[in-house]
Design a protein around this ligand. Structure first.
Ligand SMILES: Nc1ncnc2c1ncn2[C@@H]1O[C@H](COP(=O)(O)OP(=O)(O)OP(=O)(O)O)[C@@H](O)[C@H]1O
Ligand SMILES: [Mg+2]
Length: 294
């Protein structure tokens, strides 16, 4: 008899961003035409690059040290495009992030521009990605899940009340800040989560629906796949994270992107499993609401 791997043993795989650009939305995107040109200062005068800590779709992330204060920071470099319109889109991330101020959102301190790249200087979070934490712990109790979800939802509430939709909520874009002796977090896990990666952010205007397919498999909402959505897509993605924390595997899975998307579009959570039956009615109810097709 063949051996069927228990769904609990499945490692949650890293998901890469998908983005299909349409001309219409590009034109509508945040007006950064009036963006003040980056400060006329030289990155190397102020920061020393220590090591590379991440590489994503849009840029590379380094650990850097401020030469004057010795403070450790993270620096995301984003390559300029030959297309000016695309450069404006890159500035979108900087413009949005620079204004944000929330304990569960990464703080951006400064930025630099040279002829090839944009460089964003932000706080450095050393505890790794939530994805690594999930793959180490495998499953979280409801008490622990509540700590993580409450922090994530506070960050989203802040973004959404500022009319910002993130569009790529996933454990790879959530970092873990650990308690320090002089700066303890008063929760059972001793952690504080920080949302990062604002490259896919969009400032919503006039309650219009968005039509650009942006997100990552596992987490992308059905309405995004149907290309008519608003900020509620972030709630769906958070529901997927909550499901993974409690049950240990993604609610919509498959061997190909098409298979995953087909299940997401159907939007039916498998309820006839021992893992689902094990979680409380309250948790089941909340998950059913967050993962409800609009
Ligand atoms: N402030 C930070 N402190 C520590 N690590 C960070 C920080 N910012 C980013 N990283 C690391 O670098 C990785 C890539 O960063 P980010 O998600 O911003 O880039 P990206 O190119 O947009 O990635 P993608 O589009 O693939 O999600 C993160 O997943 C994280 O591991
Ligand atoms: Mg990312």
């Amino acid at each position: 008899m063949g051996c069927v791997k228990s769904s609990r043993e499945i490692t949650v795989k890293k998901q890469t961003l998908i983005e299909s650009k349409t001309k219409e939305e590009k034109d509508e995107n945040i007006g950064v035409k009036n963006f003040i040109k980056g400060p006329e200062k030289n990155l190397e005068d102020n920061y020393k690059i220590l090591s590379k800590i991440g590489k994503g779709t849009f840029g590379k992330v380094y650990e850097v040290k401020n030469k004057k204060t010795n403070q450790i920071r993270a620096m995301k470099s984003i390559k300029k495009s030959e297309n000016n319109e695309e450069n404006e889109e890159l500035l979108n991330e900087i413009e949005i992030m620079i204004k944000l101020e929330h304990p569960n959102i990464i703080k951006i301190y400064d930025y630099y521009v040279d002829k090839d790249n944009y460089y964003i200087i932000m706080e450095y979070i050393s505890g790794g990605e939530l994805l690594e934490y999930i793959n180490k712990e495998k499953i979280f109790s409801e008490r622990k899940t509540k700590i993580i979800m409450s922090q994530l939802l506070h960050a989203l509430n802040y973004l959404h009340s500022n009319n910002i939709v993130h569009r790529d909520i996933k454990p790879e874009n959530i970092l873990i800040e650990k308690s320090k002796a002089n700066y303890p977090f008063e929760n059972e896990l001793g952690i504080n989560v920080k949302l990062i990666d604002f490259g896919t952010c969009y400032l919503l205007k006039n309650n219009n629906y968005l039509t650009l397919k942006v997100g990552s498999p596992y987490y992308i909402a059905p309405e995004v796949l149907k290309k008519k959505y608003n900020n509620k897509c972030d709630i769906w993605s958070s529901g997927v994270i909550m499901y993974i924390l409690l049950l240990g595997y993604p609610p919509f899975n498959g061997t190909s992107e098409q298979e995953i998307f087909k299940k997401i579009k159907k939007g039916k959570i498998e309820k006839d499993t021992p893992e689902w039956r094990k979680i409380s009615h309250n948790a089941q109810d909340l998950l059913s609401k967050m993962l409800k097709k609009l």
